[in-house]
Design a protein around this ligand. Structure first.
Ligand SMILES: [Zn+2]
Length: 173
């Protein structure tokens, strides 16, 4: 299965755009061909929609069944360029996700895990009140890094810091 034949039956990523076959408008004089159009998720409409055909022609809304042959010469001519752009966008998005995952992965250290246990099980505020600010910032960094790692294991890559972790920063406000 390739992206260009993706339809509703396929598991589509709303963050990505695809190329799908689309039907011509039912108007006299319209060449009887199958076009190719960009297919993207519009969160405003909460729906997958097709845009103009690659050749610039208006088409009927909605993707034709997967595997429908594209017969418009204009769309065929543009397809490689569009596919290359979509592929590079997908690769960029994936590598960004991969980088974030790797950054989070570095938080999985024994030291961070130890500080996270202090945060979870100890009296964090009292313990860190006995430290200098650079020391407790360091301890909080360890907790935050391990907490991010734990969240990422659960699939959450946009995890923020636990509330109250750096209480000394909040105290001055
Ligand atoms: Zn076309």
């Amino acid at each position: 299965m390739t992206d260009q034949t993706a339809t509703e039956t396929t598991e589509l990523d709303p963050g990505r755009r695809y190329l799908v076959p689309v039907a011509r408008l039912d108007l006299p004089g319209e060449p009887d061909v199958v076009h190719l159009a960009l297919y993207q998720w519009l969160s405003r409409l909460e729906a997958w929609v097709t845009g103009l055909a690659l050749c610039g022609t208006s088409t009927r809304q909605g993707a034709l069944p997967e595997g429908t042959e594209v017969t418009c010469p204009g769309c065929q001519a543009y397809e490689p360029q569009y596919q290359a752009i979509l592929d590079s966008q997908a690769t960029a998005a994936e590598s960004e996700l991969e980088q974030r995952r790797r950054r989070v992965e570095t938080g999985n250290t024994t030291e961070n895990a130890a500080w996270c246990t202090v945060w979870l099980e100890g009296s964090w505020r009292w313990i860190t009140s006995r430290m200098s600010t650079p020391q407790r910032e360091y301890a909080a960094d360890c907790v935050a890094a391990y907490d991010r790692y734990l969240a990422a294991v659960d699939g959450d890559l946009g995890h923020g810091e636990p509330a109250g972790l750096r209480w000394w920063r909040e105290a001055g406000r």
